[in-house]
Design a protein around this ligand. Structure first.
Ligand code: AMP
Ligand code: GLY
Length: 424
C-alpha cells in the first residue's frame, strides 16, 4: 500500500513508526512531517488543511489510503472533500466526516449528542451573546468552581476553570462579547465541575464495530505535581492503574457502545479514531470531552503497545470489516516524557541544536517539534521530543525513559520529573 499520513507532531511520528513496520506497506509519505518522520518515509512540504495540495499529491503519488493525524483538517471536512470528489471518493481516508468531527469541533454539539444518547457527562448549559444575561444567572445559581468552555476549536486553550463567581461572570462576558477565543467562543458551554482523576480512552471504528486500544493518562500541566499552565501534554503512561476491568466495563457499556451506536443511528459517517477524555468520579466514568483523533502525547505510549499490523486494522476500517480483524497488544507498560523548549507554553525560541539523539538505544525518541538542517536536528516547536520506553511495569518504563532523557540535550530543555506521581 502507498500511504499518505497528514500531520507533523509526536503523534504522527509514532503513527509513521508503526505504519513503517507493516508488512503491506510499499511507500509512506508524511505531510508535512518533521525531522523524525523522515526516518520512516518521505516528508512532503504542504499543509494538511490545504485540501487541493492533498488531492494533487494523492493522485500524483498513487496513494491508496490517507491517514489523518490532527483535528483541523477533519473539522474542516477533509473526509467530505474526498467523498465529493469523483477522483478521490474511492481512496479510503482514516478519519471521521465533518459531522463526526463535530464531537471535537463543537462542545455544544458534543454535549447535545451525549444528552441524546444518555452518555454520562457533567450537567451543562450553552449560551451565546444574545443569552449572556441568562448565562450570568446560570453562574449565580451554581456552586464553584466554574467551568467555561469555548464551543469551537481553540488549540487546547478554550477551557477556563474559575473559583470566583464574579471572575467567572467577567470571563463569560469577555468570551461572548469580545470573542476572547475568536469565533470559537461565539457560544460558551458552562459545565458542572467534576472531581476525580482523568484518563484517555481510544477506539478505532469503522462506523459499526470498534476496537478498543490501550488506555493512557497524560500530564497536561507544565509544572510538577500538576501545577502551572496547561500545555499540549508533558508526558503519558499506559496502562492506567485505576482503569481496572470493572471500571473499563462501565466505560464500554455506558460510553463507548452508546457513542458508536449514536453515530450510526444519526447516520454520521465515522471511520477513524475516537478519543474519550474521561474522568473517574468515585468509580464512575464521565466524559469530559471527545476528540476526533488520537491524543498527543498519548499516541506515543498507546501505539508502541499495539502488536498488530496497523494497516491491517486501517483496511478493516476502510472496508467495514474491522470486526473480522484481530487486534493484539504487548503486555508491557509504556511511558513517554516530553522535552519542551524553555518558556513553553508561553514564548519560546526555536532553532536550538539537539545533541545526543543517537546515544539513546533503550528508548524510542518520537519527534514533536523538530526540523532538520543537513545532518543536524533543531528544535522547531514548544514540545520538541517525546522519549518513550517500555518496561515490565510503569515504574520500570518511567525509569528507563528518564535515563534516556538524560542523554539528550538542547539549550533550555525542560521536562517534568514526576511522571506517574499520582497513580503509582
Ligand atoms: P478539555 O479541553 O475539555 O479537555 O478541558 C481541559 C481540561 O479542563 C480537562 O482536561 C480537565 O482537566 C478540565 N475540565 C474540563 N471540564 C471539566 C469538568 N466538567 N470538571 C472538571 N474539570 C474539567
Ligand atoms: N493529550 C490531549 C490531547 O491530545 O488533546
Amino acid at each position: 500500500m502507498r500511504i499518505l499520513l497528514l500531520g507533523s507532531g509526536g503523534r504522527e511520528h509514532a503513527l509513521a513508526w508503526k505504519i513503517a513496520q507493516s508488512s503491506v506497506l510499499d511507500e509512506l509519505f508524511i505531510a508535512p512531517g518533521n525531522a523524525g518522520t523522515r526516518n520512516h518515509g518521505k516528508n512532503l512540504s504542504f499543509s494538511p488543511t490545504d485540501f487541493e495540495s492533498v488531492k494533487k499529491h494523492v493522485l500524483e503519488l498513487n496513494i491508496n489510503m490517507v491517514v489523518v493525524g490532527p483535528e483541523e483538517p477533519l473539522v474542516m471536512g477533509i473526509y467530505d472533500f474526498f467523498m465529493k470528489d469523483p477522483l478521490l471518493k474511492n481512496i479510503p481516508l482514516i478519519g471521521p466526516s465533518m459531522a463526526g468531527a463535530q464531537l471535537e469541533g463543537s462542545k455544544d454539539f458534543a454535549k447535545k449528542f451525549m444528552h441524546r444518547h444518555s452518555i454520562p457527562t457533567a450537567k451543562y448549559a450553552t449560551f451565546s451573546y444574545e443569552t449572556l444575561e441568562e448565562g450570568i444567572k446560570y453562574l449565580e445559581s451554581m456552586k464553584g468552581p466554574y467551568v467555561l468552555k469555548a464551543d469551537g476549536l481553540a488549540a487546547g486553550k478554550g477551557v477556563l476553570i474559575i473559583q470566583d463567581v464574579e471572575e467567572a461572570k467577567i470571563e463569560l462576558q469577555s468570551m461572548l462579547s469580545y470573542e476572547k477565543f475568536g469565533a470559537a467562543s461565539k457560544k460558551v458551554v458552562i459545565e458542572q465541575f467534576l472531581t476525580g482523576i482523568e484518563l484517555s480512552v481510544f477506539v478505532l471504528t469503522d462506523g459499526s464495530s470498534f476496537k478498543l486500544l490501550p488506555e493512557a493518562k497524560d500530564y497536561k500541566r507544565i509544572g510538577e505535581g500538576d501545577t502551572g499552565l496547561n500545555t499540549g501534554g508533558m508526558g503519558a503512561i499506559s496502562p492506567v492503574p485505576f482503569a481496572d476491568a470493572a471500571f473499563m466495563d462501565k466505560v464500554h457499556n455506558r460510553i463507548i457502545v452508546p457513542t458508536i451506536k449514536g453515530l450510526k443511528q444519526e447516520m454520521i459517517p465515522y471511520k477513524g479514531f475516537i478519543f474519550f477524555g474521561l474522568i473517574n468520579v468515585k468509580g464512575d466514568p464521565f466524559v469530559i470531552e471527545y476528540n476526533c483523533r488520537m491524543g498527543d502525547p498519548e499516541t506515543e505510549v498507546v501505539i508502541p503497545r499495539l502488536k498488530s499490523d496497523i494497516l491491517d486494522l486501517f483496511e478493516g476500517v476502510a472496508t467495514n470489516t474491522l470486526s473480522e480483524r484481530d487486534i493484539q497488544f504487548y503486555d508491557k507498560s509504556a511511558a513517554t516524557v516530553v522535552m519542551v523548549s524553555e518558556g513553553y507554553p508561553e514564548f519560546y525560541e526555536k532553532g536550538k541544536v539537539i545533541y545526543g539523539l543517537k546515544s539513546v538505544v533503550e528508548s524510542i525518541v518520537f519527534h514533536s517539534g523538530t526540523a532538520s538542517d543537513g545532518p543536524s536536528v533543531l528544535t522547531a516547536g514548544g514540545r520538541v521530543l517525546c522519549v518513550t520506553s517500555y518496561g515490565r511495569n510503569l515504574e520500570a518504563a518511567i525509569e528507563k525513559t528518564y535515563d534516556s532523557v538524560a542523554k539528550i540535550s538542547f539549550e533550555g530543555a525542560y521536562f517534568r520529573k514526576d511522571l506517574g506521581f499520582d497513580v503509582l
